[in-house]
Design a protein around this ligand. Structure first.
Ligand code: LLP
Length: 416
């Protein structure tokens, strides 16, 4: 994945052709800064890997859902993987073709189903028998047929953080293969349903292709059984999940990942493969800029207290995840062992622990790398902190794609 858009030039950390320091000065911090070029490069890598075969890259909106990012994906010809009515509204607002939208998630409501049916999406990725019943009833009440793919839980270990592993049989996601087969037989004769495909998603931040291959093989067996039962599928959705290099992880290139699908195309020519990448498209394409407030030295630890905290980027606190941190000025200063922490009133509020960083002073800005995926989208107003602004850089131009929240935004809708 492309992180090469972030480089030091004459001592200044740049994003494309813009100094991150200038962005921090003019727009304030904490600030999410995305690179158009990096998003495009990452997205195009998927498209290039499938050229000449039917495919759909449905960007997973949850990773970073700003309208400008969705619009960028739309312009690249991409679709969207959504998990809520809110994400549907965003995708439609960005004018993503509804026939390129797939709707995942274990807890869709009737209202969300109705909205997606009216929009005419490509497929509902259905995760349980009761969901299938509600979807059928909802579709019939609207005089429509819901296009469905059943999400299969292939019971594959994706070897990732337990919170983001979804394809193990103990997880809440998907249907056991046997149950999925039975439900397909029922759905075949259901007037509210139209079978279009099969789906799975085994987890996030995967660092090898093996688990994807194992999952695909299980789906292939199911598809052959369905074919024998007279059910022919048009779509095979293998979810998202390819990881990024946060801290030296070796990630297989997308082209190698795509090779894993060769056997599928061979067995089912004409099948459209859908992928739902999120992290690998936007993760390395953004940094979070934070400014040092204090250098606090205790007898036991040294804390670099910044204006960005766990409400702005929760990944280190929630998953213990590692994000590279660099000063936006290339500082030729000695390294010191520090904890980089935020202002939130929790000891779990940190961006880095026991990290060797060049000595930084109050007022200097740090860039937290790999912040594009599940960064802003998981941010909150905890401690009544306005959420950061987001900017999108392209070459030497930049655009604020989300204004920094104000204290008025914080109390909108409240009353006493
Ligand atoms: N499709 C489905 C059905 C998903 O549940 C997910 C992510 C994706 C696609 C996109 O996966 P990706 O390509 O981004 O790995 N907040 C966590 C990650 C949660 C992932 C949830 N599902 C984190 O910050 O690591």
């Amino acid at each position: 994945m492309d992180a090469s858009v972030f480089n030091y030039r004459n001592g200044d950390l740049m994003v494309e052709d813009i100094r991150l320091r200038s962005l921090a000065e003019s727009l304030g911090t904490p600030l999410y800064v995305y690179s158009t070029q990096a998003i495009q490069t990452n997205f195009r890598a998927y498209q290039q890997a499938f050229v000449g075969r039917p495919y759909l890259i449905a960007y997973s909106v949850k990773a970073a859902s700003n309208l400008a990012i969705l619009r960028l994906i739309q312009r690249e010809g991409g679709g969207c993987d959504i998990v809520s009515g809110g994400e549907l509204a965003r995708a439609l607002k960005a004018e993503v073709d509804p026939q390129k939208i797939v709707f995942s998630g274990v807890g869709k409501t009737a209202l969300e189903m109705a909205a997606a049916l009216k929009a005419g999406i490509l497929s509902f990725n259905v995760e349980s028998a009761p969901e299938l019943r509600l979807l059928s009833a909802t579709a019939q009440s609207l005089g429509r047929k819901a296009p469905i793919s059943l999400r299969v839980n292939p019971d594959v270990d994706p070897q990732t953080h337990p919170y983001v592993a979804t394809g193990l049989r103990e997880s809440k996601f998907g249907l056991p293969v046997g149950e999925a087969y039975q439900l397909y037989l029922q759905a075949k004769n259901d007037p509210g349903l139209e079978i279009v495909g099969v789906d799975c998603h085994i987890g996030s931040q995967l660092t090898s292709v093996g688990p994807f291959q194992a999952a695909a093989e299980r789906l292939l067996v199911l598809m052959s059984q369905l074919k024998a039962a007279g059910i022919n599928l048009k779509l095979l959705d293998l979810g998202g999940g390819l990881g990024i290099d946060y801290h030296g992880e070796k990630i297989p290139p997308v082209a190698e990942y795509a090779q894993a699908f060769r056997a599928i195309y061979a067995a089912f020519p004409g099948l459209t493969i859908i992928l739902e990448p999120g992290r690998s498209v936007v993760g390395a394409a953004a940094v979070l800029l934070v400014t040092v407030l204090y250098d606090k030295i205790t007898p036991y630890k040294r804390f670099i207290i910044t204006d960005g905290g766990m409400n702005d980027l929760i990944r280190p606190s929630l998953y213990g995840s590692y994000h590279v941190i660099k000063p936006v000025k290339d500082l030729d200063r000695p390294l010191t062992q520090v904890n980089v922490v935020g202002p939130i009133c929790e000891s779990g509020d940190f961006l880095a622990q026991d990290r060797a960083l060049p000595l930084v002073e109050a007022g200097e800005t740090l860039a937290v790398f790999g912040a594009g995926a599940y960064g802003f989208s998981m941010s909150s107003n905890y401690n009544s902190r306005p959420r950061p602004a987001e900017v999108l850089v392209s070459g030497s131009t930049c655009r604020v794609i989300r204004a920094r929240e104000t204290s008025e935004d914080l109390i909108r809708g409240e009353s006493f």
